[in-house]
Design a binder for this molecule. Structure first.
Ligand code: IDC
Length: 355
């Protein structure tokens, strides 16, 4: 009898052990290939001097893809886990940017269904988290050029988001995509208030601040007011630079601004770039893109390509005839998509375990 009960006890203990292992395993951030995910390897990111660094203090670079607007029919379908997984495993992408327009196309502050849009962000963040990828929540201002236009909505939104995601190591906040038609002091005043809102809930997350003239680190041409007058007294802040490889003025003026910013130790991030002209269409320019990648890699600057979409425009990474929402073959990708996949894969391979 005694023997029997100790056998039962041993069996029960074995069952309990198996159950607890089963409970732990799905949370282990290991990709299908058995490799650890980007977030499992690099943990929480922070800003040290001009660099983004990982939890061990080592320089770290995000290679990301931006959605098209999640409020657009050409953007929303790609907020799915299989798509993110394809980008992670096949393209070597370690981060996703969720672009939510505030104004265009039923944007968040222009008649869009707020609850549904937030649900979409929640889904996107959940998929990225389950896949161990970093994720930017992007308040995508554009035609509403001055970020103060929707300031109170922005405060409410970032208060909600930062409460919800304060425990996530992988969430980054981009508080105004591309300010335009307003000066740096206006943007700075907006940013200071939104940073305060976020920091009440989350002391550590990296926050990206948009810069004047559609993110050119200053007003047109050679102006550098952001590097000359950054936001003081705040940690883990980065400033965005956006370029389009086939836009003459971008190739002409922006590289020198990057050099200047680095000299001034300004942490910059390319939270959006495209291979096309700034209107998202026309020819793509691989020669300029190659130059840009060299520079960005040299400086450890992170970058996110616009956009994961099959919209019929040359910035789209998918061919317009592609209906697949994930697991794309090379033939499903546009010229831009094929180029980016190749570049990202090569970069990941080169970095090896540091990727
Ligand atoms: C473009 C989209 C295009 C859409 C337009 C809306 O590619 O399909 O019709 O926005 O106004 C940016 C912006 C980004 C733009 C992109 C290309 O951040 O929203 O997307 N671009 O024009 N800045 C420079 C270029």
């Amino acid at each position: 009898m005694k023997k029997l009960s100790s056998r039962i006890l041993a069996m029960l203990m074995a069952v309990a052990m198996v159950i607890s292992i089963i409970a732990i395993v799905p949370q282990m951030p290991v990709s299908a290939a058995g490799k650890k995910t980007p977030v499992a390897v690099h943990g929480r990111l922070s800003v040290k001097g001009a660099d983004l660094v990982d939890s061990k203090g080592k320089k770290f670079q995000l290679r990301g893809v931006s959605t098209h607007g999640i409020n657009w029919d050409v953007g929303q379908p790609y907020v799915n886990k299989a798509a993110f997984k394809t980008l992670r495993d096949d393209w070597g992408v370690n981060a996703i940017r969720l672009a939510m327009y505030t104004s265009e196309y039923n944007g968040y502050c222009a008649g869009g269904n707020k609850a549904n849009l937030r649900k979409l962000i929640d889904k996107g963040v959940r998929y990225a988290t389950e896949l161990g990828m970093y994720v930017i929540i992007d308040w995508h201002i554009l035609s509403d050029g001055n970020p103060k236009t929707n300031m109170s909505e922005a405060k409410k939104f970032f208060n909600l988001m930062s409460k919800r995601y304060k425990k996530n190591k992988n969430v980054i906040y981009e508080i105004c995509n591309e300010p335009n038609g307003c000066d740096w002091s206006t943007i700075k005043s907006y940013a200071t208030q939104i940073i305060k809102t976020i920091r009440k809930n989350d002391k550590k997350a990296v926050i990206i601040v948009g810069t004047p003239t559609w993110c050119q680190l200053g007003s047109d041409g050679t102006h550098n007011e952001v590097a000359d007058s950054p936001i003081k007294g705040q940690k883990n802040i980065m400033y965005s630079l956006h370029f389009y490889a086939n836009e003459w003025a971008h190739s002409e003026y922006l590289p020198a601004k990057v050099d200047y910013a680095r000299k001034k130790k300004l942490p910059i991030i390319v939270s959006e770039f495209g291979l096309s002209a700034a209107n998202g269409d026309g020819g793509i320019n691989k020669t300029q893109a190659n130059k840009w990648f060299k520079k960005l890699d040299k400086y450890n600057i992170s970058y996110f390509c616009w956009s994961l979409s099959n919209k019929n425009e040359s910035a789209s990474l998918l061919k317009s005839g592609t209906t697949k929402k994930s697991k794309w073959k090379t033939s499903d990708l546009s010229a831009a998509g094929q180029y980016i996949r190749k570049k990202y894969r090569a970069r990941k391979k080169k970095l090896g375990s540091k990727a």
